[in-house]
Design a binder for this molecule. Sequence first.
Ligand code: AMP
Length: 249
Amino acid sequence: MKILVAVKRVVDYNVKVRAKADGTGVETANVKMSMNPFDEIAVEEAVRLQEAGKAKEIVAVSLGVAACQDTIRTALAMGADRGVLVETDAELQPLAVAKLLKAVADQEKPDLIILGKQAIDDDANQTGQMLAALLGWAQGTFASKLEFVADALNVTREVDGGLETVALKLPAVITADLRLNEPRFVKLPNIMKAKKKPLAVLKPTDLGVDVTPRLVTLKVQEPPKRQAGVKVDSVTTLVDKLHNEAHVI
Ligand code: AMP
């Protein structure tokens, strides 16, 4: 089985995200960038399937600026075998990403594609679903457990109020939720080894995909600043403030 894993370069989850002063987007200049945390989970799952003898090859794919090579190298250090970068400076919206991933899948012919359930920068939660639709493949989104049973892949999904298990026929698209696994720490020797693993660079035009954005971002703004709390000296004052100031009781 061959697995394709989509890895996105995003603002590191420890960084406090700031809106650009002109409201056109999020500030990314001089900001630490890392692999989208849900994509780390996706890579980890692929590597575990390979370690369990279920997968032969793992290809990590990233789409975006040249620096996405670093994100791919991280996936290679975690255990992916080779990388594909579709390089562009253009803004990529989920539909364009899904079309590019479909084009890569048409070339690579994987049995399974694992993505994160959402990217923590755009919070779109769209790409996996669009990709499955474009490919006409089965999809298991918000996956918290994968289990191969006979010729099916059982996917346990985190849904409102519980867990749902669906049986998928391969080829299929999976999107990884938080509880699927805990990604491993990358060890230095593996970082060194990853530098020697193959990484192909393509352009969207090589894949015949038009990545023109379909949506216009009107404005990006930060949430209103929270006011500092106060300490009250008695329950009576608290009840009074909740009643007369906050008007919640
Ligand atoms: P989204 O639909 O934008 O929330 O992203 C969902 C998932 O799609 C991410 O967790 C990634 O696995 C994948 N993805 C989105 N954008 C990219 C990108 N530019 N490069 C690689 N993977 C991506």
